[in-house]
Design a protein around this ligand. Structure first.
Ligand code: FAD
Ligand code: NAI
Length: 467
């Protein structure tokens, strides 16, 4: 029997490891249990970091091949060394996961390798490690077990030819033809990687738009941009099965509304239709922890319905994003330590790392209309921004939405190079309850792409100056 912990965290992703760091900082006796053998969760191992490493290098490759000549740069004999591209991606992952392990030591958190199961409130059993099973007694349990790819009925993922995002980050050759099922974040990011490296990519999407949770104008413009880049789309379509015939995969698709089907051929199929919470076989039902029918743990500010059992990140409701998990991890650690902790669900940014990037925070126009909230919109095109023009990066726009009655920014939507970095300004503005005028009257450095945000903010009050 081990000594009593203040908190045992099950799952070592961005939710779990940030919760552990903060708990350690606040002087709580903390353990983190992770079954993968490496800390960092989906994000560092098979998600955010490896995908961004490949998005960055594949974008440089495509720039050298297609965009450099217009800027007067000639590249003779451009080659792709895919093995090296994968190696540098793996090195980034390796360095970062080891860094998280160091942070556990630095903050006096016990890192226990193995599978955690909640035997009872206050009791976590760890199995599967090199040693025998271990029982951890604790005042608080934080479930941070994350998510995994959602399966598509009739399509068996083998991570070789029919892959989830995990397999799509490890391909050993550029496929000639790739079919991506789902035009969400993973489909467009990883579809972009392989298209840039030479694959003929077709995306099959059930709905009639790409990035369906984004602002409608963003979805429409991204569809145009991605098509211009050479990505093909079968919208309002569903995949009913994938059959392996020799070297080819035959993908059966049908109109989503029903009707005659067709077959598409591919070498690789990427299934990217969403992710589902990992909460099965963890003892939650036995302990009475409430989960919905999809296995998502019900929480109220991080607390489950059982005292002393908390849950954070992808296994709880809300967007499945690393920084949302991190935010919740910090808030829960603070609360366990008896301090204030809160997550502002209205200010969680989301970025799609395509080229150009898509970044958003807050409400979309569709959401405001549906809620009957009167709003003003200000918009500025990247084609009128001097830095974007000088850089040959003119696709996109900034749109700022202000609640008319309260004069508060309630949403911001950006398509543009560097949009992911720019959205931070909008998050700070929203946290400080800024109006569009506050942003419009803030001096922005020239020439920067972020001046487009100032112009969009001016446009809210009809004093757009530079377009
Ligand atoms: P996870 O990161 O999933 O970590 C949970 C951990 O718990 C896992 O390591 C798992 O092994 C472990 N675990 C599960 N069950 C047990 C158990 N019983 N015992 C012990 N350990 C257990 N988000 C972004 O914000 N930005 C991005 O750019 C981004 N890119 C992504 C790209 C891809 C390809 C994918 C798949 C996801 C991406 N995400 C991104 C989403 C992001 O990875 C997740 O939102 C984030 O990792 C969730 O963190 P988490 O801590 O809740 O769970
Ligand atoms: P997603 O929810 O973003 O997109 C799934 C898409 O598949 C949707 O457009 C949906 O309409 C479509 N779809 C669902 N069923 C379908 C079917 N049977 N046939 C065709 N299309 C179908 O999910 P995705 O892309 O798998 O990513 C999962 C999550 O991972 C994201 O929601 C996000 O939270 C996270 N993520 C975040 C990233 C980022 O922040 N940059 C990058 C990658 C993933």
């Amino acid at each position: 029997m081990s000594e009593l912990y203040d908190v045992v965290i099950v799952g070592g992703g961005p939710g779990g490891y940030n919760c552990a760091i903060r708990a350690g900082q606040l002087g709580l006796k903390t353990a983190i249990v992770e079954s993968r053998g490496r800390l960092g969760g989906t994000c560092l191992n098979v998600g955010c970091i490896p995908s961004k490493a490949l998005l960055h290098t594949s974008d440089l490759y495509e720039a050298a091949a297609k965009r450099f000549p217009a800027m007067g740069i000639g590249v003779a004999g451009l080659t792709l060394d895919l093995a090296q591209m994968m190696k540098q991606k793996d090195a980034a992952v390796d360095g970062l996961t080891k860094g998280v392990e160091f942070l556990m030591k630095k903050n006096k958190v016990d890192y226990i390798i193995g599978r955690g199961r909640v035997e009872a409130p206050g009791r976590v059993v760890v199995t599967g490690a090199a040693a025998d099973s271990k029982i951890l007694e604790t005042k608080n349990i934080v479930i941070a077990t994350g998510s995994e790819p959602a399966p598509l009925p009739g399509v068996t993922i083998d991570e070789r030819r029919i892959v989830s995002s995990t397999g799509a980050l490890e391909l050993t050759a550029v496929p000639r033809r790739m079919i991506v099922i789902g035009a969400g974040v993973i489909g467009l990011e990883l579809g972009s990687v392989w298209r840039r490296l030479g694959a003929d990519v077709t995306v099959v999407e059930f709905l009639d738009r790409v990035l369906p949770t984004n602002d409608g104008e963003v979805s429409a413009q991204m569809l145009r941009i991605l098509k211009k880049q050479g990505m093909k789309f079968e919208l309002s379509s569903k995949v009913t099965g994938v059959e392996e015939i020799g070297e080819s995969l035959l993908v059966a698709i049908e109109p989503a509304a029903g009707g005659a089907g067709r077959t598409l051929e591919a070498d690789i199929v990427l299934v990217a239709i969403g992710r589902r919470a990992v909460t099965a076989d963890m003892g939650l039902a036995e302990c009475g922890v409430a989960v919905d029918r999809r296995g998502v743990i019900a929480v109220d500010d991080g607390r489950t319905n059982i005292a002393g059992v908390w849950a954070i990140g992808d296994c709880t409701p809300g967007p499945m994003l690393a920084h949302k998990a991190e935010e919740e991890g910090i808030a829960v650690a603070q609360k366990i330590a008896g301090q204030w902790g809160h997550v502002n669900a209205d200010v969680i940014p989301a970025v799609v790392y395509t080229s150009p990037e898509v970044a958003s925070v807050g409400k979309t126009e569709e959401e405001l209309k549906a809620a009957g909230i009167a709003y003003k919109a200000g918009k500025f095109p990247m084609s009128a921004n001097s830095r974007a023009r000088a850089n040959h990066e003119m696709d996109g726009f900034v749109k700022i939405l202000e609640d008319e009655a309260g004069k508060r920014i309630v949403g911001a939507h950006i398509i543009g190079a560097g949009a992911g970095e720019m959205i931070g300004e909008m998050c700070v503005a929203m946290e400080f309850a800024a109006s569009a005028e506050d942003v419009a009257r803030t001096c922005h450095a020239h020439p920067t792409v972020s001046e487009a945000m100032r112009e969009a903010a001016k446009a809210v009050d009809n004093w757009l100056m530079q377009a």
